[in-house]
Design a protein around this ligand. Structure first.
Ligand SMILES: Cc1ncc(COP(=O)(O)O)c(C=O)c1O
Length: 373
């Protein structure tokens, strides 16, 4: 691709930090992992952070350690990455899909409440594309129905709602550090919580079920190898030190896109600001307006042919082949309309002005003549 969809932002500071770990004899479960965990815990103002091998692993550990199991229903949006629902199925619990709000693209609290049954145990709230979900409404409903709340903040490190960081408002929160995320460890994730017992259990399950009091060949409960290496954490810690700079760079790219695209009446652009909170920009996703006769996939193919990286963010989970059993049960009109008309544009910290101009000009070429005003 001439202009990729995403690209990590690695400076000499990150390279030096990784090389420094390679010069030690400690490549896993060491001091750098602890420092990375402490930095994230402090950032979200919570006492516990547990670094893991991926966001998916973090979500799985939250579901399991919270005791969600066979037959329990867990409400989750379908307009998100498949890992949010898969983590529920790993424990033989049942994802129940709720619809989204057409502006924030986050779970609609009314649809969420309507999905509650006597078997509902929990909600997985996703802060989609780094826009904070309506946590006050969600937490109020969850409390009234005595439901657990897991925040999937994999796309949202640094997002805020009413002074609280995404990931810090539920029983547990999860971040992900795949290379397209705001900060990366290559592969990796982090669970955060204020619940000390939950944190201990997740820490043990990450490491084959070993508690601090166990020796290396003692396994108190069923666990996994969901550890992350010191090498990955060195990269993550160095990125974490630059998080504010990174968030500002990404917000500037979003603003620049907005300025270039706002004249196309065919397009619905993402909100540039979140009243009472902060967006942590993950991707820049535009949507063809409901009245537009344009086909999203036609635009997608055209941009791809011009060497511009773009993506269908998101293909709804309930329409995936691996969720065939859910396809007909779910009634998600907003999810299906939004998903059929959305398109992610190249978006990363160091996206240059000329590249952005080219993306917007190429996209503009597909928009209806006379729509530019
Ligand atoms: C909303 C959401 N949940 C979960 C994940 C899973 O994270 P990972 O790819 O690190 O397993 C991602 C990342 O792609 C995500 O966007």
């Amino acid at each position: 691709m001439k202009i990729p969809l995403s690209s990590p932002d690695i400076t000499e500071a990150e390279i030096d930090a990784v090389v420094a770990v390679l010069r030690t004899s400690r490549l896993s479960l060491g001091p750098v992992t602890e420092r990375f965990e402490a930095a994230v815990a402090e950032f979200v103002s919570l006492p516990h952070a547990i670094a893991v091998s991926s966001g998916t692993a973090g979500l799985h550990l939250c579901v399991r350690a919270l005791g969600i199991g066979e037959g329990d229903e867990v409400i989750v949006p379908s307009f998100t990455f498949i890992a949010a629902a898969n983590a529920i199925r790993y424990e033989r619990a049942v994802p129940v899909f709720a619809d989204i709000d057409a502006t924030t693209l986050n779970i609609d609290p009314r649809s969420m409440e309507a999905a509650i049954t006597p078997r509902t145990r929990a909600i997985v709230v996703v802060h989609t594309f780094g826009i904070p979900a309506d946590m006050p409404a969600i937490l109020e409903i969850a409390e009234r129905h005595r439901l657990l709340v897991i925040e999937d903040a994999c796309e949202a490190i640094g997002a805020e709602h009413t002074g609280h960081k995404a990931g810090s408002m539920g029983h547990a929160g999860v971040f992900a550090f795949y290379p397209n995320k705001q900060i990366t460890t290559g592969e990796g994730g982090m669970v955060v919580t204020r619940d000390e017992a939950l944190a201990r259990r997740i820490r043990a399950m990450r490491n084959q079920g070993r508690y601090e009091t166990d020796d290396w060949f003692q396994h108190t409960e069923l666990g996994y190898n969901y550890r992350i290496s010191e090498i990955n954490c060195a990269l993550g810690l160095a990125q974490m030190m630059r998080l504010e700079e990174i968030l500002q760079k990404r917000a500037a790219v979003a603003t620049a896109y907005h300025q270039r695209l706002t004249r196309y009446q065919d397009l619905i652009l993402p909100p540039l600001a979140f009243p009472g909170g902060r967006i942590s920009w993950f991707v820049y996703v535009v949507r063809l307006g409901d009245g537009s006769p344009l086909q999203r996939d036609h635009v997608l193919r055209g941009l791809t042919a011009a060497g511009i990286g773009c993506g269908r963010y998101f293909a709804p989970i309930h329409l995936q082949p691996s969720y065939a059993a859910w396809r007909n049960a779910a009634h998600l009109p907003v999810t299906e309309t939004v998903a059929a008309r959305s398109l992610a544009l190249p978006f990363f910290n160091n996206l240059e002005t000329a590249a952005m101009d080219e993306v917007c000009a190429t996209l503009g070429h597909f928009l209806l003549p006379g729509q530019a005003g």
